[in-house]
Design a protein around this ligand. Structure first.
Ligand SMILES: [Zn+2]
Length: 463
């Protein structure tokens, strides 16, 4: 049993205690580099005790409930597995309206679909509407934290964080920096001013409630040297306050060739970011498909993280991410899983795990369910340098929780009868995952999404 009972005794706020009961799975260490059997806790009939949005205790129901005779608010889930809320390490909320746009590879796709759509976000009302839809999609899937691109305009950043504040979700986002090689309407008109706006937004949103700020150069080809330099300096100025650096790296061959033309003096793409002081323990790079060994080494040495985006890489026909290289035990790199919507084709982290398995199998490597669910939860938290706050169900952690349905469809329920072990069961869930796998989502202990409730989404202050 894992407990923090003393916290309850000294809690000053005297907040109401809530329980969530059912089968529970949570991770405490990285199964890629440790004995997998020692990396997780699994409770057949567990109880999570929550107070003021924080987990007080997790343990077997019959043991824990004895210590809380006053507990009368328990949500009981049978035929489900309760897990930490999922973590999406890279997603563009502003691209929600272009998921499923037909038939282009990365650079044409950006030109044809992404840039025209992103130019609309100067309009605050448009941004607000997309942010609202976006949060409903990810919360429905059980995702409670995401590392999110907005776009050039302040309005797109404010709209995102305002909606996140309403749900009290722990989110990371910021203004996208881009001052060349894209349509004028999306370009930062003045490089110095783009950094001033970034710093202003950072001061407004970083650590405002649960919100966290990221400095986001879109990718090296769309920033001038000056913007890269200023963005790197700004990151160095604020990184000790928990600010992030978020960008794209080594996604597609055509992109890498372009980087070589634009920055011929750089040894490689990763070293380019490093030369602008953008590699550190809160730097997150999406894709990392086509990496050389020295680039992985640099990721490891700097503590930077890779966000694996399998459905996007398949959809845009890009490189194949090699998790066994990322997680090479000699120099493991922090790694999370990501949808990369709108290159990714859905908001479901479970469905990304399904695609991640297939991407690995293209190289005759498998990835088991234990490692997959680690990536979806604690691995993602580690990639975002938040593994002491989110991604696990343990005392002191923020109570962000997903409830995965073992009877989401008639066939899933039937298929699971032919499994014997927990990890067989989990692998079936990944393989058959649809968009309706999650029953309920808790954010800081509040049930903001409930599939069965008449009003499925409710802001926590209305609960
Ligand atoms: Zn992306």
């Amino acid at each position: 049993m894992i407990n923090n009972r003393n916290n309850k005794l000294v809690n000053k706020d005297g907040g109401k205690i809530k329980g969530i009961r059912g089968e529970i799975l949570t991770f405490k260490a990285d199964p890629f580099i440790n004995d997998p059997e020692q990396c997780y806790d699994h409770l057949e009939d567990g109880l999570i005790i929550i107070q003021d949005g924080i987990i007080l205790e997790v343990g077997n129901f019959c043991e824990v409930c004895e210590y809380y005779p006053e507990l009368n608010d328990i949500d009981h889930y049978s035929d489900s597995i309760i897990m930490p809320g999922f973590i999406d390490c890279h997603i563009h909320y502003v691209q929600s309206p272009i998921i499923g746009s037909f038939g282009e590879t990365l650079l044409e796709w950006l030109e044809q679909y992404t840039f025209p759509m992103e130019s609309k976000y100067r309009d605050k009302e448009f941004s607000d509407n997309v942010a609202k839809i976006f949060f409903r999609q990810i919360l429905e899937q059980g995702t409670t934290t995401a590392n999110v691109f907005s776009t050039t305009f302040e309005e797109s950043v404010d709209a995102f964080f305002e909606e996140s504040q309403r749900y009290n979700t722990r989110m990371i986002s910021g203004k996208v920096l881009q001052d060349r090689n894209l349509p004028e309407v999306l370009r930062d008109p003045d490089t110095d001013e783009s950094i001033e706006i970034t710093e202003k937004l950072l001061k407004k949103w970083h650590n405002n409630g649960r919100q966290l700020y990221a400095i986001i150069p879109r990718f090296a080809p769309t920033s001038t040297n000056r913007q890269m330099e200023l963005a790197g300096n700004l990151y160095q100025k604020y990184k000790d306050e928990g600010v992030y650096l978020h960008s794209h790296l080594n996604e597609a061959e055509e992109e890498i060739d372009w980087v070589k033309q634009l920055f011929p003096e750089s040894a490689n793409y990763t070293e380019l970011y490093n030369s602008f002081k953008m590699m550190d323990n809160r730097s997150v790079y999406a894709h990392c498909c086509l990496m050389k060994e020295e680039e992985w080494q640099l990721m490891h040495d700097s503590g930077s993280a890779a966000a694996h985006c399998p459905s996007s890489n398949l959809f845009l026909g890009d490189g194949e991410f090699k998790y066994w290289e990322a997680k090479d035990i000699k120099r493991p790199v922090k790694m999370g899983i990501a949808t990369d919507v709108g290159g990714g084709t859905n908001f479901s982290i479970l469905r990304q795990l399904n695609e991640a398995y297939k991407v690995a199998m293209l190289k005759k490597k498998n990835i088991d369910a234990l490692k997959c669910f680690y990536l979806a939860t604690r691995g993602g938290a580690q990639a975002l340098d938040l593994e002491n706050k989110i991604g696990s169900l343990a005392p002191g952690y923020e109570a962000d929780i997903a409830v995965i349905d073992l009877k989401a469809t008639e066939f899933i329920e039937w298929r699971l009868k032919f499994t014997d072990t927990l990890f067989e069961k989990l692998f079936v869930l990944i393989s058959l995952a649809l968009d309706n796998m999650n029953k309920a989502t808790y954010v800081a202990g509040k049930k903001v999404f409930d599939r069965e409730r008449t009003e499925r989404f409710i802001y926590p202050d209305k609960l």
